[in-house]
Write a new protein. Sequence first.
Length: 266
Amino acid sequence: MSTAPQPDGSMSLIAHLTELRTRLLRCVIAILLIFASLFYFAQDIYALVAAPLRTYLPEGATVIATGVASPFLTPFKLTMVVSLFISMPVILQQIWGFIAPGLYKHEKRVAVPLLISSVILFYAGMAFAYFVVFPIMFGFFASVTPQGVEMMTDIGQYLDFVLTLFFAFGVAFEIPIATFLLVWIGIVDVAALRKSRPYVVVGCFVVGMLLTPPDIFSQTLLAIPMWFLFEIGVFFGSIIQKEREEKEVEESNISVSDEQTPSVKP
């Protein structure tokens, strides 16, 4: 089957699949290149991620490795995940290049800022977890360690713990984008979102309970920013809804004026 464009300018299914394969390959290459450049620093990267925990470990305590291959596999896994996070702009660029031809001009004007904002917000969520949540959480855990119990954490378990929090906070910080899209597409309006605010607050704490470890501090530190980010999304959603309503009023006025204009007979 031919992959050439159709007479109407559209692409065949095979052409779409070929382009998708090419863009996926570019994403994989970007991740592998970043991973290759970071692999030499794998131990340093893990030390940086483990710094919030090691700060609050009791004197003489340290992070331990209970698995035979954990000293190698755990930094290896972390470096791969870091490579994926760093390559997110490239991945989103490839996604944008794939879907952009099917969008209208006004949709492209909104989609580009949304893509850029989504990347920034995801990184901001991870930074919030690392610089704000981790010190508070690990300080609390160290302070409530029972007497006679030595706090020593396995490196593999610690990595799984922090990656879960990184992902949870990164996704949670996308709430303004999701809220804005719901209003922009027309699924909900701002008035309905404001009325549902009590349910949103409860939902934020439920999501915090599901996505974070079973302690009240990490749940609260995720739920409160989610609520705040929801309010930001409602604010920007109200702006886009107001602009849409003003445009609809202008169009209706123009149509009414055209109907009221008498036709000139020859």
